[in-house]
Design a protein around this ligand. Sequence first.
Ligand code: GLU
Length: 580
Amino acid sequence: MNLLRADLNFHPMTTTTTITRFAPSPTGHLHIGGARTALLCWAFAKQTGIGGGRFLLRIEDTDQKRSSESSTKGILEDLAWLGITWDDGPELEFNGQTIGGDTRSVGPYYQAQRIDLYNDAINRLIEEDKAYPAFETPEELEAKRKEAIAAKIGYKYDRAALQISKEERTKRLAAGESHVVRFKMPDEPITVEDQLLGEVTIKPEEFDDFIIRKRDGFPTYHLAVTVDDALMGVTHVLRGQEHLINTPRHVALQTALGYDHPVYAHMPLIFNPDGSKMSKRDKDKAAKKACKDAGHESSPIEALDDATYTEWLKNKTRQLESDTLIALAKHLNIVLPEIDVEDFRRAGYLPEALTNYLALLGWNPKTKNEDGTDLERFDMDYLASHFSIAGMGKGQSKFDRIKLLSFNGDAIAALTDEEFASRWHQWATHYDTALAERFSQQDMVSLAPAVKTRCKTLADGRGVIGFAFIADDAIVYDGKAVHKALIKGERKGLELLKAFRDELAEFDDFTPDAIEAKVSAFAESKEVGMGKIAQPLRVAVTGAGVSPSLGQTLAILGKDAVLARIDGCIESVHADSGKE
Ligand code: GLU
């Protein structure tokens, strides 16, 4: 391990560079709230600081049981996909670009590789009598907690370990007795100067001597985050309000270790429109409801055993693995609410639409468009050059899916055909391999004009050309479209379709242009408008009245399928007439 030993007395705050950081715990996918935090930290670093700020990424993996390499990889890739690139941090190759690295030599950026640095800080605190070992077993502590609850007094660690004499402590440590290290929390109020919330003062009664090193030798989050923010020179901590409760502990640790205090801003959490917190559990909640509604008493899918299924269904807080949930949703034919960045990627959102919307969830540009409306649409460059903490919102952020969808639809419509095809193909390669195999990126360029305007997400594109994936004899005909194109007006449409079918049987050049020319010549020979044959044909081969251009639609299917579908359609119209 290449561990760079940093000087614990190093005073990073003397530097004028603004350094923000995003510090995810790799225990799952990147939540949309985490992405917003990262985005705003990135934006702040980009436009402040003399000589430019820096945005740092640190992986907080001290909870070894819950952390995984695959989560880390997923988080790094989600950030890179969003365009939130970091100056300092783990290195990632993404789309031919190298992101991160350790040019300032303050790494490593994985906390599990920095244990010696944390121990240096902990030992120093012990030496200076600001921290102490405590030997109570978890069972003893639990009994004390229960006593406090029974007596209706708030539980607080009673500092019993401080009563142990120095000699006895030394003896017990030498004997290797299992222990934690606790920080001696000062008995005085602690004030956090929050850039959004103002002064937040917390009384000493609210805190006890919290643990800074666990029984397993790993530091707790509080200790690691304090040491890292200082040694990595972080000047500004922008994070979610769920961490506000932790900040006084960090401030106390900073004082005890002689570090400067970074500037803090705690952002409001993101809520669903119904006021509930937007949480990863929402996906499980939706799937549980669908299972109950469908009356599934045992697991409906192979990937999930019955015992786990039953337990999950009963227990409100139980969550399934992401892949299992996806399989379940597919089986139940439901759409799960998108919560993690990965969910939005899978659903076919574009990163520029997502970052634009996310930025607005925490920041107001307070600028008008030329027509006097509020500026809402902007790109990453605009965000990076205009962002300020003063423009950040203090109130609840509500996640408006309809608004995001409209941002996304507009972003898709604004792409050139080539860009659209490239994004769509890349998306399909990840999330719809059948689509990617059926259509090359070049095919998608020619499909783009028809598909782009009809989809709000890349996943919607499948709907527009879904007819290509249905077996020839399994087309479901839209009754209204059939009536309008084939039956109405004394079955003229049906007659034209039959006549054209006979001509097509002799025709072999199934390219879009040749087909269009053929249809046009046919219409001319019959002295009818082109639509009079185009619509019956379109309905016959797709089942519906809308599809990409007729030439493309027929070319996608190929001659055999087209003839089979026309025959099937004619047959079904006759069969229906027989019933009348
Ligand atoms: N690792 C923490 C988390 O994922 C973030 C810590 C921080 O921002 O200080 O919630």
